[in-house]
Design a protein around this ligand. Structure first.
Ligand SMILES: C[S@@+](CC[C@H](N)C(=O)[O-])C[C@H]1O[C@@H](n2cnc3c(N)ncnc32)[C@H](O)[C@@H]1O
Length: 209
């Protein structure tokens, strides 16, 4: 049962964010996040297909890391679209910047966010993708309020997460049904729930309330 909704929280993702505290930790994480071998377990092409992104859309890759999803998102929105690649770690964004330049992803813009605010333009985003990111939010209620404000009225937010049992104990704060309850209490309503990778990763789509 979810016990924290409605309370004023301090940081809640201490365990998940432990490695992010040092430059060495982030360098190790960056290697894993950008490893092409990740495609086999992450299935980025299938994920983008499941998101149904239209040409010309504005998509925010919230917590974009080193830019793993950017080539897929860039292609999906096309030349008339825009991808906002947001993260709170400037060293990750620097790696993403090189990828964007190297692969000539002309429709991708990098955004340095803060841990309580992704600094996205208000009411401008069609789809917010949070891939393996939600359980890293230390201030989920503030992030959700800011993410709701950045969405267009008919926009959607997609959360992809591992089931809690797939990760070491303590890494993932909430399992799927509690994520739904928490997100629904901060300005969203659930539109669909499916597995992205059967029995491992789930995909939740939310609309604005
Ligand atoms: C496990 S990584 C996933 C990165 C990327 N989505 C991917 O799948 O390659 C989690 C990311 O969330 C970012 N993050 C943590 N808290 C955040 C916040 N409040 N706002 C935006 N990004 C955040 C981290 O810096 C990190 O890049």
């Amino acid at each position: 049962m979810l016990a924290v909704v409605g309370t004023a929280w301090g940081q809640v993702a201490t365990e998940a964010n432990r490695l992010y505290q040092t430059e060495e930790g982030r360098a190790a994480l960056a290697r894993g996040l950008g490893d092409p071998g990740r495609d086999g377990t992450q299935k980025p092409g299938e994920l983008v297909a499941a998101l149904g992104i239209g040409s010309g859309a504005t998509v925010a890759d919230v917590g974009a890391g080193v830019g793993y999803m950017l080539p897929y998102l860039s292609k999906a929105v096309g030349e008339s679209g825009l991808v906002l690649a947001e993260d709170i770690q400037s060293d990750f964004l620097e790696i993403a910047r090189k990828k964007v330049a190297g692969e000539k992803l002309g429709n991708v813009k990098l955004v340095l966010g803060a841990e309580t605010d992704p600094r996205l333009p208000p009411g401008a985003v069609d789809l917010e993708l949070l891939l393996d990111v939600y359980h890293h939010f230390d201030y989920p209620e503030k992030m959700l309020a800011a993410l709701a404000a950045a969405l267009r009225n008919d926009g959607r937010m997609a959360i992809v997460e591992y089931y809690q049992r797939e990760m070491p104990a303590g890494h993932i704060r909430l399992d799927r049904d509690d994520v739904i309850r928490e997100v629904e209490s901060y300005g969203f309503r659930i539109a669909s729930r499916n597995d992205h990778i059967t029995n491992q990763q789930y995909l939740l789509i939310f609309a604005k309330k």
